[in-house]
Design a protein around this ligand. Sequence first.
Ligand SMILES: C[S@@+](CC[C@H](N)C(=O)[O-])C[C@H]1O[C@@H](n2cnc3c(N)ncnc32)[C@H](O)[C@@H]1O
Length: 276
Amino acid sequence: MCMSPVVKWAGGKRQIIDKIKAAMPEQFNNYYEPFVGGGAVLFELAPKNAVINDVNQELLSIYKCLQDRELFDLMVEELNKHETNHSEEYYYEVREWDRCPRFELEPIWKRAARAIYLNKACFNGLYRVNAKGYFNVPSAKKEKVKTYDLENLEEIFKYFSNENVQILSGDFIEACRTARAGDFVYFDPPYDVPEDKGSFTAYSKFDFNKEDQIRLANCFKKLSEKGVKCMLSNHNTPFINELYEGFNIQVITARRNINSKADGRGAVEEVIITNY
Ligand SMILES: C[S@@+](CC[C@H](N)C(=O)[O-])C[C@H]1O[C@@H](n2cnc3c(N)ncnc32)[C@H](O)[C@@H]1O
């Protein structure tokens, strides 16, 4: 089975996938990914029993459509419509849809197709919303936009419908509630921001701040006490090192492509933290 992410997502793990895989436990029962994002790790591993979650509803609408044949077909039809109609003007028209209060009531396949189209047509494949939660990334000014690879979508559909993959859309704490001894949780949260840098963390209208990093570290500790195998990615900051003191901390370097500031691109130090 060969699957790849459907959307480009900040913090995507494709460039460091080998390091991530090397740090995983050799054996585990159920796989949990509470901050699934673009799903690079999930699609690489394709575990038979998985619980995936993300707080971003637009992103989750895509995964839900990839698990249901009727929604899948409607989403693909809508993507074709976006490709045909694409222009600068059309991009901004579709981008404005979420300004209308009725948008939340639109069918899930329509929201999913909009999320994919905007991701492919926007500048740098960035997902960014303003304080009101409205998507506000400018157009990449592409003449033509290819929104999907049907073979890849079909592979993901096969995986999501043939295996036991549960798709949740809430806070990470809720998503880990059912994890038991012998299960494995991979946390890839929005990263801690080094003191001197304004980094990109606005994935949804819910910011991920220091308090959330502390909540997450407490969740990691509780799961560890239950015998759940845990692994976490983050920036190599003093704050993160302090929060996970006593666990195994491996420092790696990674290249980052999506950043709100051009000078934030390039090699950065990350950590892979494990409790095994
Ligand atoms: C670093 S990204 C994950 C990258 C992903 N693993 C990949 O390879 O593409 C972090 C994700 O956490 C999600 N997120 C932010 N706050 C959250 C929360 N409280 N609970 C669950 N997910 C959250 C964001 O929507 C974002 O998709």
